[in-house]
Design a protein around this ligand. Sequence first.
Ligand code: FE2
Length: 292
Amino acid sequence: MPKPSDIPAHKPVSPARRRFLRTAVVGALALGGTALYAGEAEPGHLEVVEKDVKLLGWPVSAAGLKIGQLSDLHCQSERSVVRAKRAVALLLEQKPDIVFLTGDFVSSSSHYVPACMEAIAPITSVPRGVFAVLGNHDWGGRHSGQRPAYVTRELERIGISVLRNRSVEMPGTPGVWLVGLDTCSMAAQDPETALWHVPEKAIKLLLVHEPDFADEALPGFALQFSGHSHGGQIRLPGLPPLHCPSYGQHYPEGLQQATHHLVYTTRGIGMIGPQMRFCCPPEVTVLTLYPA
Ligand SMILES: [Fe+2]
């Protein structure tokens, strides 16, 4: 048995090293806690965002029309499908008259298309119908083959009108037209074709996945509905988004005035990349329109 004098003396930790260790432990705990919150909690905190919007020429007879919007469901896991179902239920609770779905129903694979359709099917009960456009992820890349046609067919099968470079008059509101464009990220937008049958004097609501299309749009639209940016998805408190995808950088969130018309960009529901949201909760949108 060693004598006490044989045991090496314990070297005392210097105050500076103690401070460093304490800071490192607190930092690691804070980082871990933040990551846990961003990955497990915030993606499920669906926020209802309501806004009144006044538009020049909007018909008095349609004053107070409630438009619900969901975007970027990104169904790519069981969890994301559950979140999509909750978003649909929450939007239905707001009793919208009509609903716009602005793309990215799925992510990198078609596997979750059927589950996504099952999740969103209840929304078709709204009185004036549901209108959709596709997002870049619904295309699955430039060489995606049948993916956009498959997503379109499935949406139409459950009763959703998909506006791929085409327009329809809004049910119950003569003179107001819904103009839908295909995704700009794949250079698939064709406004000329979409507007072919729209009367010149119509009030035009534009549905297009990418908000920055507003920068290339010709005059004539009253209000644009978009998603795509996810609001930045991971943000720092009080700061603008750290990163948004191309075509989603100039109008990343909320109601903004573009050169010719107003743009509303929703933060959407799902996620891409790291499955995290921070300071940027998923959004269920309700815009109520009034004449200016
Ligand atoms: Fe997206």
